[in-house]
Design a protein around this ligand. Structure first.
Ligand code: NCD
Length: 322
């Protein structure tokens, strides 16, 4: 909606007013710092009062063409804790006009007649951009297929910063489905702007896409790949584990072969540093044993909670109220 030259990294959060959030490439360390400051404020507000009336009479349309628990619930909770309200079009998509064959631009153009901001999750890479081009109101990408998931990357980065202080100097390992995992794609792009070491741990068929890897190398990031968690677990500040994205496989036999490739257990965590964190965007299937949850380094539920605070900050910012 805002012309392309302006759609680049905002130095201050109020520059996000009226803007779409489609990709992490819109952000730089300065704008992230500004968003995280607002996020800190949102967290304090929720802890103190449960919420505020900053977005009273504002309406969010939450359009989810793919299953979601955390992303949809945290956007809804974020809007409600800011005093706004929500049109949820989630699991019911099959009952809506979408199932009658309506095009995405038509659905978006209609929803923006009712809402001030649209959150979209869609199975097709690039769909958020198509929606944003159709809309005059801000569109927030809540996951476009195996493409990007920018708000998840922001909450991931916020969680790392919150737990470990600075981002610079960290060794971060990503484990699991690096090929289809959009949270990995967005988070690595964001981390490339910092002075970090990245290790990618996956079976051969789930390796990080070459274009993402090349972008990291071009950005001068120290990147390594391995098959084996044991190689790196003792040396990382962050172990970011992901679910094997069953829904993206065309060959389910192949999925069966890799689905249980990694399982983080208390035994593996015994080799990890004391001050590291174990992250996961959730939902978890088998890749982290439940017996790890009581470990204070297991950060995934805090991570989900931070998602609500980050999304409060982003909604306030795109609606010009940050
Ligand atoms: C992730 C997603 O949808 O990409 N979940 C989420 O938003 N927290 C990860 C996943 O589904 O595995």
């Amino acid at each position: 909606m805002i012309p392309e030259p302006l759609a680049r990294a905002p130095a201050r959060a109020h520059d996000l007013a009226g803007r779409d959030i489609l990709s992490v490439s819109q952000f730089d360390p300065a704008s992230l710092g500004a968003i995280f400051e607002i996020t800190d404020e949102m967290r304090a507000i929720v802890q103190r009062d449960g919420g505020t009336d900053l977005l009273t009479r504002r309406v969010l349309a939450a359009l989810f063409y793919e299953p979601s628990t955390r992303t949809s619930a945290s956007f809804i909770a974020a809007m409600q804790r800011l005093g706004g309200s929500v049109i949820p079009i989630t699991q019911g998509v099959q009952f809506s006009s979408v199932s009658k064959g309506e095009s995405l631009p038509d659905t978006i153009r209609t929803l923006e007649q009712y809402a001030d901001v649209i959150v979209l999750r869609h199975p097709v890479v690039g769909s958020a951009k198509i929606a944003a081009d159709a809309a005059a109101k801000p569109v927030i990408n809540a996951g476009d297929g195996a493409g990007e998931h920018p708000t998840q990357a922001l909450l991931d980065l916020y969680t790392i910063r919150d737990a470990l202080g600075a981002i610079d100097g960290l060794h971060i390992a990503m484990v699991g489905d690096l090929r289809f995992g959009r949270t990995v794609h967005s988070l690595t792009k964001l981390l490339a702007q910092y002075d970090v070491r990245l290790t990618f741990v996956s079976p051969e068929i789930l390796r990080l896409p070459l274009n993402v890897m090349n972008d990291l190398r071009d950005a001068g990031v120290d990147v390594r790949e391995t098959y084996n968690v044991a190689d790196i677990v003792g040396d990382v500040d962050v172990l970011y584990v992901t679910r094997v994205q069953k829904e993206r496989f065309t060959d389910l036999q192949q999925y069966e072969e890799v689905k249980d490739f990694y399982v983080i257990t208390p035994d593996i965590m015994r080799s990890a540093r004391r001050e590291m964190i174990l992250m996961h965007p959730l939902p978890r299937v088998t890749e982290i044993a439940e017996s790890v949850d009581a470990d204070p380094r297991a950060a995934y539920f805090r991570q989900a909670r931070n998602g609500m605070f980050v999304r409060m900050a982003l909604l306030a910012a795109v609606l010009g109220k940050a």
